[in-house]
Ligand binder design. Structure first.
Ligand SMILES: Cc1cc2nc3c(=O)[nH]c(=O)nc-3n(C[C@H](O)[C@H](O)[C@H](O)COP(=O)(O)OP(=O)(O)OC[C@H]3O[C@@H](n4cnc5c(N)ncnc54)[C@H](O)[C@@H]3O)c2cc1C
Length: 388
């Protein structure tokens, strides 16, 4: 690293803003490859983070590749029993499929940050900054960090996306989720998923080592009173409804097709990368952080930082395609006219459920899953599916 000419300026190859899964993955990938990286977050870790903490096999695969360990060293419940409900109807228990790993995000994220710092990223956590997008300079308490490339992984409310595009997300398409942490736990209980617990969304009950996380999430514009929907859901699960409720936007289904501008790349929630059906964002955050870092590594090795965004867009194509397919499938699942066909298919077809779990394990994609479904759906649904 060059020391800056000004006393309070430090030059890096890459600045990563936001140290959640996307930022930690980006910083770790870049630092391992030898880049000089600054990892910045306005919070110190561990910090609270509202999330179900459900880590799919697909996400765990990304974790293993990027961080090199089999599993993060945090309390995790490994669950391979899933109880599905759809619009109040019992869709059955599925067992013996690829597991979901359940943990608390404050612990997961602290581990990921520690692993990024161990790889050599410089620690600027606990400091918020002012970004000058003109010269890629971030000012933190009088210290100027400068780099030819920036990866902004600063979450769903991304101040960087707001600076670049005027808004962090589209309010007409954004999702919203509410969660409650119940202190009781039964780690032998199945994971429970209720499609339709929120309108164009679902509810979840996740058993954890330290308690049970219960939540609902759906398209915000369709859920004027999500608090009442959560109260009704907790009542259905025979859980007390008097615990503190927390809420957060969920950018599902409205990703940015060009995630960045100039020499600033957006990753994770800041790029809108959450699965519109499962609400899964940790896996996409890890992967997009890694891909953004790889794009930076390639562009810098060619002394062409202006090309990083194009490399990144190319690498993200399969992820974007999967999210487009998932949006189409969501149109089928939640459209009232098509619901009965969806419920019938999901309940009666073991193959369909197995394919869904293979998807969450990272063994298949939405395209093949939807082709499998197509044979079971009426003509109208096939029109919705046109294009896969
Ligand atoms: C209620 C709820 C439940 C969910 N459940 C699941 C689930 O079970 N499984 C799953 O896979 N996904 C789930 N998600 C989605 C998942 O939480 C996100 O997709 C994931 O956290 C995205 O990671 P990220 O690194 O992009 O952003 P984040 O994890 O949000 O990290 C962003 C970081 O940026 C920092 N930051 C923000 N602004 C600044 C700034 N100005 N300067 C510096 N740093 C800044 C923040 O402090 C934060 O550390 C859920 C989301 C919600 C809301």
């Amino acid at each position: 690293m060059k020391q800056g000419t000004a006393a309070r300026t430090r030059h890096f190859d890459l600045i990563v803003i936001g140290a959640g899964p996307a930022g930690a993955a980006a910083a770790r990938t870049a630092a391992v490859s030898g880049l000089q990286v600054a990892l910045v977050d306005k919070r110190r870790f561990p910090r609270p983070k509202l999330c179900g903490g459900g880590i799919t096999g697909r996400a765990m695969g990304h974790y293993r590749r990027i961080f090199g360990d089999a599993l993060p060293d945090i309390p995790l419940v490994t669950c391979d029993r899933f109880s599905f409900f759809g619009f109040g109807q019992d869709l059955g228990l599925t067992t013996g499929v690829a597991p979901l790993y359940l943990g608390m995000r404050h612990a997961l994220d602290a581990t990921l940050v520690a692993q990024a710092l161990d790889a050599g990223a410089a620690d600027f956590t606990g400091q918020g900054g002012a970004l000058d997008t003109g010269d890629n300079c971030l000012t933190l308490n009088g210290l100027r960090l400068i780099a030819p490339l920036i990866i902004a992984a600063d979450g769903v409310n991304s101040p960087t996306a707001r600076q670049l595009f005027g808004q962090a997300f589209d309010r007409d398409r954004i999702g919203f989720a509410l969660e409650v942490e119940h202190p009781e736990t039964d780690t032998t209980a199945p994971v429970r998923i209720d499609f339709g617990a929120a309108d164009w969304g679902y509810g979840w009950r996740f058993p954890k080592a330290s308690g049970t996380t219960v939540g609902i999430g759906g398209v915000m514009a369709r859920n004027a009173d999500m608090k009442s929907a959560l109260a009704a859901y907790q009542q259905r699960l025979n859980l007390p409804g008097d615990l503190p409720v927390k809420g957060q936007f969920l950018p599902f289904g409205a990703f940015r097709s060009v995630p960045g501008k100039g020499r600033i790349l957006l990753a994770g929630d800041a790029a809108g990368l959450v699965d519109p059906i499962t609400g899964e964002g940790i896996g996409h955050a890890l992967l997009s952080g890694e891909l953004a870092a790889r794009a930076a590594i390639t562009a810098l090795s060619r002394a062409a930082p202006d090309q990083a965004l194009a490399h990144y867009c190319h690498a993200l194509k399969p992820t974007h395609q999967g999210l487009r397919h998932a949006c189409l499938l969501r149109n089928i699942m939640f459209r009232e006219r098509l619901r009965p066909a969806f419920i019938r298919s999901f309940r009666s077809s073991r193959t369909l459920r197995t394919e869904y779990f293979r998807l969450m394990a990272g063994e298949t994609e939405y395209g093949p899953l939807m082709r499998h479904m197509a044979g079971r759906l009426p003509g109208f649904a096939l029109k919705v599916l046109r294009g896969i």
